[in-house]
Design a protein around this ligand. Structure first.
Ligand SMILES: [Zn+2]
Length: 70
């Protein structure tokens, strides 16, 4: 098991699977047991369980509030 990935509000991530609109870049808009993501291309919001999201993240495009929390 890989260690959990720290996630922060306003992180921008690229996922392995493109959204239905063709975009693959998402901004984290809500943290919790489910992570809220907003598609950077079409603006739609989805909720994904954290474990599912961690498997789908390809890379971080930019980090959000990490510095404020650590
Ligand atoms: Zn989209």
């Amino acid at each position: 098991m890989p260690p959990p990935i720290p996630l922060y509000l306003n992180d921008v991530v690229q996922l392995r699977k493109p959204h239905a609109c063709g975009g693959d870049t998402w901004q984290i808009v809500r943290l919790g047991a489910d992570i809220g993501l907003q598609c950077a291309t079409c603006g739609r919001r989805i909720l994904l369980p954290r474990a599912t999201l961690e498997r789908r993240i390809k890379r971080f495009v930019s980090r959000g509030s990490a510095g404020e929390l650590e």
